[in-house]
Design a protein around this ligand. Structure first.
Ligand SMILES: *Cc1c(COP(=O)(O)O)cnc(C)c1O
Length: 434
């Protein structure tokens, strides 16, 4: 049995349970493909992040990066936990609003926010707009002036750190589309411009070095760069940073081979670095903000599929096809992301063979798990792909005009539908006859 599955994940019937609910029952009740979140797990991880800050006695914010999974229900859960959220588009902001999420705990990110999105952020009263480039400073400045309003802002900087991760998901290196460069003086020019604008209240600096990072040195290096920037701004401009935002990117376990630190340990290392740097520089300790996305929802998510057809060819690994695929999880095709899967009716069953677990989409690349160890399976069996909760549903598409799956939250033995399955009417509701 994969050690991603713990004895507590198996119920008395020997089935996989999620949030205390039998996964087979969920598949039968809601149909497949189905996305299920164990909300207990999301809350536990969130509280573990908060606990570190409280133990270390540091003012903080844990801001959920909602692009990892965005739906009204997740904003409600994060609100219940007293968290902040990051949004990266007008659509995510609209979803947070629809959830009744307090706007003063929203951070608005993005490298090319439109004038309409910036105006929406200002009108909504979001907590902070993270400015990414000079074009955006000018746009926001004009919008604030025209509306006669004020806004809290932060400056996103690129700390010049290449975190050891897949190159498509690293963002902290100098050659990046995100943020103001530190070495060339761009960040100083941005600071001067923002300080000169009486309608902008600068909270501090932000950096996000990448995603699915296992090496704590990347985060410590980033925290150190930001603290040094704080010292530099204090010395040169007499400006004291109030918030130091180190972003997200904490790595999680997709397979047994992944051995990250517990997410809160990354945070402990960051806090220690900032404390030491500030003490040495004689700076007051700023608030430390983190922005976990993947680490909050990734391992709490499961994709349930039903097995259909199979292709066997002597001398080749067999193909076992399920009723979903790249439309509900593009990550294997996009990033060669690795996952594990188990049978819902017997997650502890020994593997009997290795197969290619593939989807139903018309692409040869629609392979969910290559060389996947599985017990003997039959059409109708329900498989659960593990740790699919981050960047799965949020990247889902209607390719091949397949409806996107339903999403269910399970917690304390109760399940609740939080996103309906798309219908064929939904799929064509924007189409007009020619
Ligand atoms: C995507 C993103 C995050 C979250 O990254 P994870 O790897 O999901 O933790 C945090 N901050 C910013 C600015 C991001 O763009």
């Amino acid at each position: 049995m994969t050690d991603l599955i713990k004895p507590a994940d198996i119920n008395a019937a020997g089935h996989l349970q999620i949030g205390g609910v039998d996964a087979l029952d969920l598949a039968h009740k809601y149909g497949t493909p189905l996305v299920v979140y164990d909300v207990d797990k999301i809350r536990a991880t969130f509280r573990a992040f908060k606990r570190v800050f409280e133990e270390e006695k540091v003012p903080y914010a844990v801001s959920y990066a909602s692009k990892a999974f965005c739906a009204i229900a997740i904003y409600q859960v994060i609100n219940e936990e007293g968290g902040h959220v990051d949004v990266v588009s007008g659509g995510e902001l609209a979803t947070a609003k629809a959830a009744g999420f307090p706007m003063d705990r929203v951070s608005f990110h993005g490298n090319n926010k439109s004038p309409e999105e910036l105006a929406m952020a200002v009108d909504s009263g979001v907590g902070v707009i993270i400015l990414d480039n000079f074009h955006e400073i000018d746009l926001l400045s004009a919008i604030l002036k025209e509306k006669g309003k004020w806004a809290k802002v932060m400056l996103r900087v690129t700390p010049g750190i290449s975190a050891h991760t897949n190159e498509y998901i690293q963002t902290g290196q100098v050659d990046s589309k995100f943020g103001f460069d530190l070495g060339s003086g761009q960040a100083d020019r941005a600071l001067e411009q923002v300080l000169a604008d009486e309608r902008m209240d600068l909270l501090g600096a932000h950096a996000h070095i990448g995603s699915q990072i296992f090496d704590v040195r990347g985060f410590v290096g980033c925290a150190d760069k930001l603290a040094s920037l704080g010292k530099h701004w204090q010395d040169k401009y007499g400006y004291a940073i109030k918030v130091l935002n180190v972003g997200g990117g904490f790595g999680i376990r997709y397979t047994e081979a992944d051995q990250p630190l517990p997410p809160e340990e990354f945070v402990r290392a960051i806090i220690k670095e900032v404390k030491a740097d500030c003490q040495q520089a004689g700076l007051p300790l700023p608030e430390i903000w983190i922005e976990p996305g993947r680490s909050l929802v990734g391992q709490a998510g499961y994709n349930l599929y039903t097995i259909g057809s199979r292709k066997d060819l002597p001398g080749y690994e067999s193909y076992v096809a399920v009723d979903g695929g790249m439309g509900d999880n593009i990550r294997p095709a996009l990033y060669q992301a690795k996952y594990e899967a188990v049978l819902a009716k017997d997650p502890a069953a020994k593997a009997a063979e290795r197969v290619n677990l593939v989807g139903k989409y018309c692409e040869s690349g629609d392979i969910l798990i290559k060389d996947c160890p599985l017990p003997k399976t039959e059409p109708g069996d329900v498989v659960a792909m593990l740790a699919t909760g981050a960047y799965g549903y949020s990247m889902a598409s209607n390719y091949n005009r397949n409806p996107r799956p339903a999403v269910v939250f399970a917690e304390g033995g109760q399940d609740r539908l939080v996103v309906k399955r798309e219908s064929y009417e939904d799929l064509i509701h924007l189409d007009l006859k020619y």
